[in-house]
Design a protein around this ligand. Structure first.
Ligand SMILES: [Fe+2]
Ligand SMILES: [Fe+2]
Length: 220
């Protein structure tokens, strides 16, 4: 009952929370999360935030493993994804410890509508392997970029010092991952205009995140 009440408040706030347009930051994201999100949603719902976050780390590890299976012909990709899968599961372990330290239990995976919306950008049949790889790398880069931005906002605004430090460290990791995926796209997809496709994707993501809150979710 308590959780239902908190979630209802959280969804209401997402519906009403503005995102700042034209944000300029290193990630080039078109929309920046309002810091009030931390005060009005995250801090009031740490259990939900941590559980959702744990699964974000698990999915990052799983998608790194999927890239190895899908594109084993690229040694650089295989090596870097093997490292990444381990690092992301390390993050999962850290988040899970935060969950346990606070007396919570992981629970089931939360629906991630934001990521499901992003997938629409890279869907489409008849693509060759290089284009498929490009889409998957840019998709991973986008999720890392938005995660990085969320962690930055959390680290700068959350009152809990332990979580502030925690999210600052993770922000640095996700920024590095974002850069790695963009670099891999340039190196492994030379027949495509990576910058132009990335610019299109940024526009798409900006549109997705700007109308977020219409669906019941805590991510995005
Ligand atoms: Fe991570
Ligand atoms: Fe990451």
């Amino acid at each position: 009952m308590v959780r239902e009440y908190l979630l209802r408040d959280m969804y209401f706030f997402i519906l009403s929370a503005p995102l700042h347009p034209n944000a300029t930051n290193m990630l080039k994201l078109k929309m920046k999360t309002d810091p009030l999100w931390v005060k009005h949603i995250a801090e009031q719902n740490i259990e939900e935030i941590l559980i959702d976050h744990a699964y974000c780390e698990q999915k990052a590890a799983s998608s790194a493993i999927s890239l190895i299976i899908l594109f084993p012909e690229h040694p650089d990709l295989v090596s870097q994804m093997a490292d990444l899968a381990q690092e992301e599961m390390g993050h999962f372990r850290m988040v899970h410890k935060k969950i346990m330290d606070r007396g919570y239990t992981l629970g089931r995976e939360r629906k991630d509508s934001y990521v499901n919306e992003l997938v629409k950008f890279i869907k489409g049949k008849g693509k060759g392997r290089e284009e498929l790889l490009l889409d998957k790398l840019l998709f991973a880069a986008m999720v890392e970029a938005r995660s990085c931005e969320r962690f930055k906002v959390l680290s700068e605004n959350i009152a809990d010092e332990d979580l502030s430090t925690f999210y600052h460290k993770l922000m640095i990791s996700e920024a590095r991952h974002y850069t790695m995926f963009i670099r891999l796209a340039h190196n492994l997809c030379p027949n495509f205009d990576v910058d132009a496709r990335w610019a299109e994707f940024l526009e798409f993501e900006g549109e997705v995140i700007s109308r977020y809150g219409k669906s019941e979710t805590i991510h995005g």
